[in-house]
Design a binder for this molecule. Sequence first.
Ligand code: ZN
Length: 171
Amino acid sequence: MAILPIITVPDPLLKKKSKPVDKVDDKLRTFMDDMLETMYDAPGIGLAAVQVGKLWRILVMDLAPDGEDPDPKYYINPEITWTSEEMNIYNEGCLSIPEQYADIERPAECKVKFLDYNGEENEIHVEGLLATCIQHEMDHLEGIVFIDYLSKIKRGIYVRKVKKLVKEKEE
Ligand code: ZN
């Protein structure tokens, strides 16, 4: 497995729409394992392929609490087929917007159709943190990051903070 570099805002690739994957094969599985390894190393709970520079509709996630066994999840070509009217607010963060957080409102529950690690079709009904996380990661596939929901001024502040942070790490 390999750790891949994670891109951060304002990288223009983060604004691009990702393309569906047409075949789930060993090559893709190796890439997804690298994504997972990268996410664990960061550390984070979710990662979209675009964040490591590939415009493919793939998400990896692991919401297992600290100290428990890993629970890796892979979602390929995910589609939201239903959302609840009830909303939820979570203080979200993102590996492409390191160390910044904001309260974001999203549907509290949703249904998601996707292909799994073996290329099998699945549909799940999710709620709580998993529902938020899937919707956050699926936004990445449309070229949206969580700060896009904030005002232009706030967004500018977050981007400047990330640029400064990235620069400090390079030095
Ligand atoms: Zn994110």
